[in-house]
Ligand binder design. Structure first.
Ligand code: SAM
Length: 200
């Protein structure tokens, strides 16, 4: 468990790298490290999610669950500076990097902290829950994110998920439909599905 990207404290020796990356036409400089997800470049699925995302009509904060070193949350926060984007992850090294990356990229409208799923999240009534979920943590954890997201969203709030077909997109869709009463495939690219469910 220790060396997986979803460990609380990665056992692997730190080996930080810094690189530039454009997301939705905005330039970012990210520092990543051994023991965090997709450390060489922004994950393709996360990129498709960022590019497909359409802000919900309702006002309120967003939360990026399993934020890693921060590409999704920071990109959404830069795009919508009148909202606060909360970013949580279980991996302490990822949280440290997400804070550093927020600072270096001058993104202030974020609140970044360690949390097992929503365990430390005190706020309710989010306008959007966005996640590239930790598939390797297992289906139970992924589906738990959807369940807790439903309770943490305001009416009109939206759950946005990126998931590969081969990593469980069909069962994710079933679970989201069960909880929200509907689910929509907003985009499909190279086997990655972008799913959205609205709390009505
Ligand atoms: C697929 S990665 C996505 C990371 C990041 N959002 C990105 O786009 O690069 C999933 C993330 O979920 C985190 N994670 C795993 N289990 C978790 C849990 N129980 N609670 C919170 N985060 C968790 C992992 O540490 C990892 O950073």
């Amino acid at each position: 468990m220790k060396n997986h990207y979803y460990s609380e404290t990665p056992g692997t020796e730190s080996k930080r790298e810094t690189w530039d990356f454009s997301l939705n036409g905005e330039k970012f400089r990210f520092t990543t490290d051994a023991g965090v997800f997709s450390k060489k470049e922004v994950d393709f699925g996360s990129r498709v999610l960022i590019e497909s995302f359409v802000p919900p009509e309702v006002s309120g904060d967003y939360i990026d669950v399993g934020c890693g070193y921060g590409p999704i949350g920071l990109s959404l926060a830069r795009a919508e500076q009148d909202r606060v984007v909360q970013m949580v992850d279980i991996n302490e090294r990822a949280i440290e990097l997400a804070k550093l990356n927020a600072d270096k990229n001058k993104v202030d409208n974020v609140k970044i902290y360690k949390s097992y799923l929503f365990a430390e999240v005190k706020d309710e009534e989010f306008a959007a829950v966005i996640t590239n979920p930790p598939i390797r943590a297992g289906k139970t954890v992924v589906h738990q994110i959807f369940e807790e997201a439903y309770h943490k969203l305001c009416v009109g709030g939206e759950l946005w998920v990126v998931i590969q077909k081969k990593q469980g997109a069909p069962s994710a869709m079933d679970k989201m439909e069960q909880l929200f009463g509907q689910v929509e495939t907003v985009a499909k690219k190279k086997g990655y599905y972008i799913l959205r469910a609205i709390k009505v």
